[in-house]
Design a protein around this ligand. Structure first.
Ligand SMILES: [Ca+2]
Ligand SMILES: [Ca+2]
Ligand SMILES: [Ca+2]
Length: 300
C-alpha cells in the first residue's frame, strides 16, 4: 500500500508542475499578466438591467467591467477559451433601437467609483508615446447585429492632460469597419494589431464625435495622424477599453490578450478562470510536498 500511495502523490505533484509550466508559457514574458475572474470556475458575469452605466472591479487587477447597461453582460468565463481556459465574454441582448445593451471591460489608471461606474483618476502615459494596441476578439455566429461589428478597442484619453478638467475626456476607437471593412469572421478568434496606420474615430475629447483631426475632409484618421496634431500634444492615456454595443442588438462574443505599448513598455492581459482546488486536493498537495521534502533530504 505505502509505495503505491507515494507514486500517486508524485504523479499529483507532476500534474501541478505541468499546469504551472503551461501557465508560464501562456502568459509569456514579464509584461504578460493573467487576470482572473472574480471567484472560481466557471467564471463571473456582471450585468445591469437599468439604463445607467454600472461597473464592477475585477479583483485588484486594474480591470473593470464597466459602462454596463440595459442587460449587457461582461464577465470572464470559460465560454470561449483562449490562451488557457478563459476570456472576457461580452454580451448584448436589447436593441438595436431604443435603450440598447452595452458592456465593456476596461483597464483604468487609479480608478475611482462614482454612482456605480468606474472612472480613471490617473494617467498611464502620454498619448504621443503610444505605439500600438492589440487584442484577440471572437464573434459567435448566433449574433444578429450588423455583420461588420465585433468587440471594439479604444484608447481612453484626456485631451489637455489635466485630469481636473473632465469635459475633454474621450477616446479613439478601432473597428474593422473603418479599416479592412466587410463581414467579420465568426466562430473563430481574430488577432487585431493596431498601429500607426490604423484608422481610429473619436468620441468626446471636447471635439464632438468623429472629428476630422487633420482637416482633410474625412474623420477616420490614423493613429499617426492623431498623434501629429497639435491639439493632441498634451493628451494623456487614461486607460484602455474593449466592448460591445450600444445600438447593436443581440451579440455574443469575447476578447482576450488585450495589450498595448507605451514608451516601449508592453503590457498584455490574458483573461482566465482560476481552477480553485477543492480542500481535499489542497491537503493532498500539501502532503505530497512534505513527502518530496523528506525524499530530498534522505537523498542528501
Ligand atoms: Ca485567456
Ligand atoms: Ca482634462
Ligand atoms: Ca481626416
Amino acid at each position: 500500500m505505502k509505495p503505491r500511495m507515494t507514486q500517486r502523490l508524485k504523479r499529483g505533484v507532476v500534474k501541478v508542475w505541468a499546469a504551472g509550466m503551461l501557465g508560464l508559457v501562456a502568459t509569456g514574458g514579464a509584461s504578460g499578466a493573467v487576470v482572473f475572474a472574480n471567484g472560481g470556475a466557471p467564471g463571473d458575469a456582471f450585468t445591469n438591467a437599468g439604463g445607467t452605466n454600472q461597473g464592477q472591479a475585477v479583483g485588484a487587477t486594474g480591470w473593470y467591467y464597466n459602462n454596463v447597461r440595459n442587460s449587457g453582460v461582461a464577465g470572464i468565463n470559460t465560454d470561449y477559451a483562449r490562451s488557457g481556459n478563459g476570456s472576457a465574454n461580452l454580451t448584448t441582448t436589447i436593441g438595436p433601437g431604443g435603450a440598447s445593451s452595452k458592456a465593456d471591460i476596461e483597464y483604468l489608471a487609479n480608478a475611482v467609483q462614482f454612482n456605480g461606474n468606474w472612472f480613471a483618476n490617473g494617467s498611464l502615459g502620454s498619448f504621443s508615446a503610444l505605439t500600438g494596441m492589440q487584442y484577440d476578439w471572437y464573434r459567435n455566429s448566433s449574433s444578429t447585429n450588423n455583420s461588420d461589428q465585433h468587440p471594439a478597442m479604444r484608447v481612453l484619453l484626456d485631451l489637455d492632460g489635466n485630469l481636473a478638467t473632465t469635459g475633454d475626456r474621450g477616446g479613439l476607437v478601432f473597428e474593422r469597419a473603418y479599416n479592412v471593412g466587410g463581414v467579420v469572421p465568426t466562430d473563430t478568434w481574430v488577432t487585431e494589431s493596431i498601429g500607426a496606420t490604423s484608422k481610429l474615430w473619436n468620441f468626446g475629447l471636447g471635439l464632438g464625435t468623429e472629428f476630422d483631426i487633420d482637416g482633410d475632409g474625412t474623420p477616420y484618421d490614423t493613429l499617426a495622424e492623431w498623434q501629429a496634431s497639435g491639439r493632441m500634444a498634451n493628451a494623456v492615456i487614461l486607460g484602455f477599453s474593449v466592448g460591445v454595443g450600444s445600438g447593436w442588438g443581440p451579440f455574443d462574443g469575447a476578447a482576450d490578450n488585450v495589450g498595448w505599448t507605451i514608451a516601449s513598455q508592453s503590457a498584455t492581459s490574458n483573461f482566465e478562470v482560476s481552477s480553485v482546488p477543492e480542500p481535499g486536493t489542497l491537503a493532498l498537495l500539501g502532503l505530497s510536498l512534505v513527502g518530496m521534502g523528506f525524499a530530498r533530504r534522505r537523498k542528501q
